[in-house]
Design a protein around this ligand. Structure first.
Ligand code: ADP
Length: 328
C-alpha cells in the first residue's frame, strides 16, 4: 500500500479556478475526509484523483508512480458515486462483476469473485435482483462491492451517505469505517457534513474557496481551529472579538455563573438571549456586548441544577488554554 500525494494540484474550468494549487499527503491505509461547503472544490479534487477530470497543473503521485495522466482503470483507485450509478437492467451480481467482464475475466470466475464482495457487504442474498428492487442503503452496498471488486489501493467516495435518511446514514457511516479497517486500504470521502467527517476520519482536510484551510486529526481540527472559517464551519465554537484579535473557544468550555462580576482572567458579562434543550446538553445563547454573540453548552444536569432565565445577566469564563487565536 502506498501513500497518495497531491503536489500543487490545480483545476481550472475556463475562468473558474475550482482547485488552487493544493498539496496534501494522504497516508496509506487511512480514512480521509475532504470537508467543506458546496462549491469549495472537494468533488473536483476527488475526480482528479480518480482520473475522471483532467489535472490543469500539478502532479498526483501514488507511491513512486506518477498517476496524473493515467486512465481511471489504471490508477489503483476506484470511485463510488453519490447516486451509486448502478446499471438498472443488470442484476446485482452482474453489476458487481461488470468491470471484470470488461477485463475479459471468464464468467464463472468473475461471478465467484462478485459473490465474495457481496458477502463482504452482506448482500449475497440479493444477487439476482435488479437495482430497482433494492432500498437506497442496499443499492449503496452494491455500489461499494462494485467499486471494491477491482481491488483498489484507494477507494474514493463522493458524498456516499447524502442520499440516505438520517438513521441509515449513521449506520452506514459505522459500516464504512469498519470496512476500511478490515480492508486496510485508503478511503478518501467527500462530505459537507462536519459530524460525518469527525466520526469517520483519521485525517480531515478542510477546504474553502479552492484551497485547503486546515488539515489534521479530527481532535486537532476540532480543538484548535486555526482560522475563523474553520472555527465557524466545524461548529461547536464561539468566535469572539477581543483586544488581541479573533479568538475561538469551544462552546462546551465556557463556564457560566449567575451575576455580573467574577475574578477569572478570561471572563465577561453577558445576557441570556435564548435557551435550547437538546437532550443531553443545553445550549444557552448569550449577548456578550462588544465581544459578540456567544453560546455556552452545558450538560443538562448542570443546567437544571441552576437554570437561568431569558434576560438574566450571567458571568462567563474559560481557561486561557481553551482559547485559540484565529487567522482572520
Ligand atoms: P464541491 O464538490 O466542493 O461542491 P466542486 O469541485 O464541485 O465543489 O466545484 C468547485 C467549483 O468548480 C464550483 O465553483 C463549481 O461551480 C465549479 N465547477 C465544478 N465542475 C465544473 C464544470 N464541469 N464546469 C465548470 N465549472 C465547474
Amino acid at each position: 500500500m502506498s501513500a497518495l500525494e497531491l503536489v500543487s494540484v490545480t483545476k481550472a474550468y475556463g475562468e473558474t479556478i475550482a482547485v488552487d494549487a493544493i498539496t496534501h499527503n494522504f497516508a496509506s491505509g487511512s480514512y480521509s475526509c475532504l470537508l467543506g461547503p458546496s462549491g469549495c472544490g472537494k468533488s473536483s479534487t476527488l475526480r482528479m484523483i480518480a482520473g475522471h477530470e483532467v489535472v490543469t497543473e500539478g502532479d498526483i503521485l501514488l507511491g513512486s508512480a506518477n498517476i496524473t495522466d493515467l486512465p481511471p482503470a489504471k490508477r489503483g483507485t476506484a470511485m463510488m458515486f453519490q447516486n451509486y450509478a448502478l446499471f438498472p437492467h443488470l442484476s446485482v451480481v452482474d453489476n458487481v462483476a461488470f468491470s471484470q467482464k470488461m477485463q475479459g475475466v471468464e464468467k464463472k470466475a468473475r461471478r465467484a469473485r462478485a459473490m465474495e464482495l457481496l458477502e463482504l457487504v452482506h448482500m449475497e442474498d440479493y444477487s439476482e435482483r435488479v437495482p430497482d428492487q433494492l432500498s437506497g442503503g442496499q443499492q449503496q452496498r452494491v455500489a461499494l462491492a462494485r467499486a471494491l471488486v477491482t481491488e483498489p489501493q484507494i477507494l474514493l467516495l463522493d458524498e456516499p451517505l447524502s442520499a440516505l435518511d438520517p438513521f441509515l446514514r449513521t449506520r452506514m457511516r459505522a459500516e464504512l469505517k469498519k470496512l476500511q479497517r478490515e480492508l486496510g486500504i485508503s478511503f478518501i470521502h467527500v462530505t459537507h457534513s462536519q459530524d460525518e467527517a469527525l466520526a469517520l476520519a483519521d485525517d480531515i482536510i478542510v477546504m474553502n474557496n479552492a484551497v485547503i484551510e486546515q488539515s489534521g486529526a479530527p481532535q486537532q481540527v476540532f480543538n484548535a481551529p486555526t482560522s475563523e472559517f474553520v472555527a465557524r464551519f466545524i461548529g461547536g465554537h464561539n468566535v469572539m472579538k477581543t483586544d488581541a484579535g479573533l479568538m475561538a473557544v469551544r462552546t462546551d468550555r465556557v463556564q457560566m455563573a449567575r451575576g455580573t462580576t467574577g475574578a477569572a482572567d478570561e471572563a465577561l458579562s453577558a445576557t441570556v438571549r435564548d435557551v435550547e434543550f437538546l437532550g443531553s446538553v443545553v445550549n444557552i445563547s448569550l449577548d456578550g456586548g462588544p465581544t459578540g454573540d456567544l453560546i455556552a453548552t452545558l450538560p443538562d444536569s448542570r443546567f437544571f441544577d441552576q437554570p437561568v432565565e431569558i434576560g438574566e445577566s450571567v458571568f462567563l469564563s474559560w481557561k486561557a488554554e481553551d482559547a485559540h487565536h484565529l487567522a482572520a
